[in-house]
Design a protein around this ligand. Sequence first.
Ligand SMILES: [Zn+2]
Length: 217
Amino acid sequence: MALTFDYGQRHRIELERAAAVATHYGAEQLVVRLDASAWGGSALTDNSLSVPDSGSTDGIPVTYVPARNSIFLAVALGVAEARDLDAIWIGVNALDYSGYPDCRPEFIDAFRGVAATGQKRGVEGNPIEIRTPLISLTKAQIVELGIAERAPLHMTWSCYRGGDQPCGSCDACVLRARGFAEAGTIDPSLGVPLNTAGTDLPGTNLSQTDPNQTDPA
Ligand SMILES: [Zn+2]
């Protein structure tokens, strides 16, 4: 099952792409609506805040969504228990990340404790597993893994801004571009054929960006 959260994110295209990926794999998709824009506090859910360019802020950026992965995992534990599923797979990444505390191993371990103590299955000795296959990989290693597994990378979306095309300058775009560049290949989501030869690269993604592009908010 593919679990998707419509949490009021400004990058609505993420929802379309999630549906495409689920269809690609023939997976049932469950879309849970949980509107975090009702309380805001993040540039991803509050239109009065703009998404900063990458590197323009110190510490945990304003794109952090308060307790997002706590909320996602809590719901996922409920879905898994209700559907009698044995594991949750979540793509958090603690290496090339933006500083979000809910992408770190300590956080995931704490949630494993929640699964073990707060659910019927857990107290009966069969807790739902939380698996994080990407947590200690670099973005380049994630790209390489995706290519090796023939994942539909061209369907995936990372940009935090709500445009039709990735902005190229937010944290998500910059980290993604760096990953593809370091892996020596082109990001197929940008409409360029996958270049397995890895010749004409680094910076290709960023060069497509209009530096004057402004946040639509
Ligand atoms: Zn972006």
